[in-house]
Design a protein around this ligand. Sequence first.
Ligand SMILES: [Zn+2]
Length: 364
Amino acid sequence: MLPATPGQLRRLCHGAFWLVGCLVALLANAAEAPDPGANALKNNPNTITNTNTNTNTNTNNNNNTNLSTNLNTTCNIACSTHCNNSGPMVAIIIDDMGHHLQRGREALALPGRLTFAVIPFSAHSRPLARAAQAGGKEVMLHAPMSTLNNTPLGRNGLTAELSREEFLRNLRLALDDVPQAEGVNNHMGSDLTQRRQQMAWLMQELRWRDLYFVDSRTSDRTVAATVAGEFNVPNLSRQVFLDNDTNADAIAERFDVLVNRAKREGLGIAIGHPYRATINYLKRALPELQAQGIRTVYVSEAIEFLEDGANASDCAVADGAQPRAEANDEVEDGPTENTDQPASGTSANRTAPPAADQHAAQAR
Ligand SMILES: [Zn+2]
């Protein structure tokens, strides 16, 4: 299947780079003559083995570095999203995909370049992830992570009690369950995202798989994005939760915060859920964004844009605008979307962090 999104194209480019790099290294190595170890072999076999190993490694690294430069240039041209005076961007992630089939389908039908975060092993995760990809949408793994309130995580959740082997096993099973994923964000995780060791295990795996990470920021003490940076995992952090309060006016207020942030900084990053109220609001609001000159972009596009060294503020249109007082959004997102009831006590306007799992508890 041809790559459908910029993130898939980016990963394809990286895969092609490694393949070409390996082939060039093999050809260069084969063409190397005479064998520098041929004479020494007679005297000291161990030395020869080491010499050849080092030579091959250096050849590989040099070739790969050069190819990386060339191919990354090609990929950046092909894959990235540039401002080009085309206005501010918003990256909107719809979390918790998989519990509810119909609501999930309605979310997938929303206009624009939205990214869908799928909960692994959930009842409808596989058909929804496939439908998202088939519809040209971007897919992420919404990885369940432990909370300060010990909220049940479902199958194969990531917790601090797991050994490294158990942690990686659960993570890999989850990634395998959503093979369309181009990145990962945390489902809940107010506990785990504070833990450097577990975040390091996570980021090492994501780096190896060339996946990005979005810190949902369900705790104001999260170290996830910091550790992602240490492992060179492309990452973003959620700025706005759209629907901690599912009252229509509250969603509209949070959407305004997102839009103003995009206008002011060039890029706004939000998370919503496939709640009835959120879907209804986005159906109306997303088409209006275009009229305001604001683009929706996939998470991978926002990351590509920033990785190119571009400054998102170049896309801003409200230089000097006064920042709105922004609410404290640090809150767990719900493990299910089975309610349209306003989650009282989770108003986005509070000033103190909420009980971490209040929303999750009410959503069950
Ligand atoms: Zn979630």
